[in-house]
Design a protein around this ligand. Structure first.
Ligand code: CUA
Length: 161
């Protein structure tokens, strides 16, 4: 192989990835935005943090049955608790958590079920299904101050009678 050709291939080995990587990143953006529907919330996904207590649905936190077997759990996070700190649903329920924070950044982690950041001013929604009866801890998994480690609650999934 001629020396000049070797240099050309060496350059090509850098040029091609430098084109492929941004193209790959752009493709990942398009797929997640339009395919997986990952995007910033619109106006309906915002709330004024200082007025959470007066803003529906957070003026009445708790669980409501929105259809047979489908529930909406409206939670408010604040230092250092969730309101309500305990929710109950029957086994086999599909639950949509609608959650926001009234002060600082918190998180909601229900192992294997939900994992969202709770940003003041933003409403997080996550839907999951509870088939097995039992207790599922709801943990704050974003450091939110001195008593962060005490910020937790639980989902109690009751057996169907
Ligand atoms: Cu709330 Cu950590």
């Amino acid at each position: 192989m001629k020396r000049g050709t070797t240099v050309y291939l060496y350059e090509l080995a850098w040029i091609l990835p430098s084109i492929a990587i941004p193209v790959g990143m752009l493709a990942a953006l398009v797929v997640t935005a339009f395919g997986a529907g990952i995007h910033l919330p619109g106006v309906e996904g915002r709330v004024v943090p200082t007025k959470v207590a007066e803003t529906p649905p957070f003026d009445r936190p708790g669980v409501v049955e929105i259809a047979p077997g489908r529930y909406e759990a409206r939670l408010v996070a604040q230092i250092w608790s969730f309101t309500p700190s305990e929710i109950r649903v029957p086994a086999g329920s599909t639950v949509t958590f609608v959650v926001t924070s009234r002060d600082v950044v918190h998180g909601l982690l229900i192992h294997g079920k939900a994992n969202v950041m709770l940003l003041p001013g933003q409403v997080a929604r996550v839907t999951t299904r509870f088939d097995r009866p039992g207790e599922y801890p709801m943990l704050c998994h974003e450091y939110c101050g001195l008593a962060h480690h005490t910020m937790w609650g639980k989902v109690i999934v009751e057996p169907r009678s």
